[in-house]
Design a protein around this ligand. Sequence first.
Ligand SMILES: Cc1cc2nc3c(=O)[nH]c(=O)nc-3n(C[C@H](O)[C@H](O)[C@H](O)COP(=O)(O)OP(=O)(O)OC[C@H]3O[C@@H](n4cnc5c(N)ncnc54)[C@H](O)[C@@H]3O)c2cc1C
Length: 299
Amino acid sequence: MTAISVPQGFETRTRHDELMSRHTSWHVGGPADLWFMPRDLADLSAFLGQLPGDVPVTWVGLGSNALVRDAGIRGVVICPHGSLNSLERIDETRIRAEAGVPCARIGRQAVKWGLGPAEFFAGIPGTLGGALAMNAGAWGQETWPRVEEVETVDRAGVIRRRSPSEYRVGYRSVVPPARGEWFVAATLKFERDAAASTESIRRLLERRLASQPIGEWSCGSVFTNPPGDHAARLIETAGLKGFSVGDAAVSTKHANFIINRGHARAADIEAVIRHVQETVARVHGVRLQTEVRILGETA
Ligand SMILES: Cc1cc2nc3c(=O)[nH]c(=O)nc-3n(C[C@H](O)[C@H](O)[C@H](O)COP(=O)(O)OP(=O)(O)OC[C@H]3O[C@@H](n4cnc5c(N)ncnc54)[C@H](O)[C@@H]3O)c2cc1C
């Protein structure tokens, strides 16, 4: 493990060897060399400006779509959750949210403001930053059609505004115009929606609860749906529900979820992922692609 010297003045917002299992919804992942939670945008920009250029930088939000390997992450891990937390209404239909704001808060607040379609955000257990990186979506809605502008920071701490046309956006895929740039905020545009209500959010969350193993340690859908089909159907009909390695198991409730039953390692989850991919390829002739982002080093 590399001892990274903390830029001067940032000691209270950094932690050495922070276990990533504390920051992922699968509750797995070894230590990050250095963990940084910025106080605000200016603090983040100053930190990056002072960080030696050869230190790798990784971002996580709520770790709800991240498989961090057992040997952890070299370099700095930046987490905006809990600090880049501002959510404001700019005008009748537009809001600005910083990257650390949980999607659930955006969904609930937009509905209170009478804006839609925003209910889908309420069921996504990540941050806005993660939703922008993933083009998160549910129930036929996605993040990027709502984006009017994003604000990013680069490795040197420079903040930029970018328009959606600069990104190549697809299903759970976002290709940025430049490497080494991360989302710090976005302006989202909705419509006045008289039907948007906390009741419709409640109904969507109930539908989730009925079909997904909510409450168990997972990362949501592990694989993207191949064109014209559903990963869950392919996995289930390949007989893989309940397949396990150690404490990592294909959910018996929703076959596209892998559950950590308590003491799974990232290596166990990766072994289940590989077995599912190989079996589905053999049975159905389809190679499933992971939606989940795999970060860090193997032990
Ligand atoms: C029970 C459950 C249900 C789920 N349901 C859905 C669903 O319906 N639809 C859906 O789309 N997803 C779903 N997910 C997956 C996940 O919640 C989303 O992908 C979410 O957008 C990830 O956000 P996060 O903040 O947790 O990102 P993380 O998991 O922390 O990170 C995901 C990726 O984004 C990158 N990233 C994070 N923040 C930033 C940033 N600020 N700038 C640049 N890159 C960044 C990370 O480096 C990583 O590559 C579900 C997950 C769970 C556990």
